[in-house]
Design a protein around this ligand. Sequence first.
Ligand SMILES: [Zn+2]
Length: 238
Amino acid sequence: MKFYELEPGDINLQKGTYNATYKWKLPGVSCPTCKTIWGGAGTNYPAVDLSVLPEARKYLKARLEENFDEYERLRDTVRPLLPPDDPLEPAATFGPLVGKARGPFSAFVHQYGDILLVQPTALEVLQGEGLRGLRGCRTEIRFSPKGIPELLDLHIEPRGLLHPDCIPRGTPPPCPKCGRHAFSLPKEPILDAASLPKDLDLFRLRNFATVLIVTERFKDVVERFELDGLTFRELPVR
Ligand SMILES: [Zn+2]
């Protein structure tokens, strides 16, 4: 099985644009151990609904939480709403995208690397062909022009890893307090064979959440049905 990275943002292939952010998020942190002020990108859980939490409003605003204990409390309050193994990090996001979008749209809109929007009819095609792990979530985006089909946001599970050789020698291990593991994505990423899921045709990497990966099966269906808006790049697996 071959695996492909979805490369974002080919404006020649993609139709329509949007400007939106996730409704709920964890705050960024100032870590007392590694002394870094940070929030991650790509740890997005659009299917996770924080409105069930009594303190949901505390997650509405993007902000920095100076008190690390309070960050941990907010994080641990969200924890039971996710599968136990799903990573949570500062600035992780939840729930629907809120904002504006203007169509008409291509079958896929991959404007930001870590978010993949899809036309409902295209999602039906993918699911009808038996592709696995595709969950379309409603957004709170205001779509125009009026009457246009509303794009769905795909909830993409964090599974699979970059191969350890992709992490430059000398990179400090993850911070034991906040979990930060800082390195840049190599120009030629390699996937770690043993970590790749066998039950999903779309996923994001656990140790580089902005990288979206699809299987050869996914690419074949997209090409056979001429679904537009995506750019594929095969990644080696080791
Ligand atoms: Zn830290």
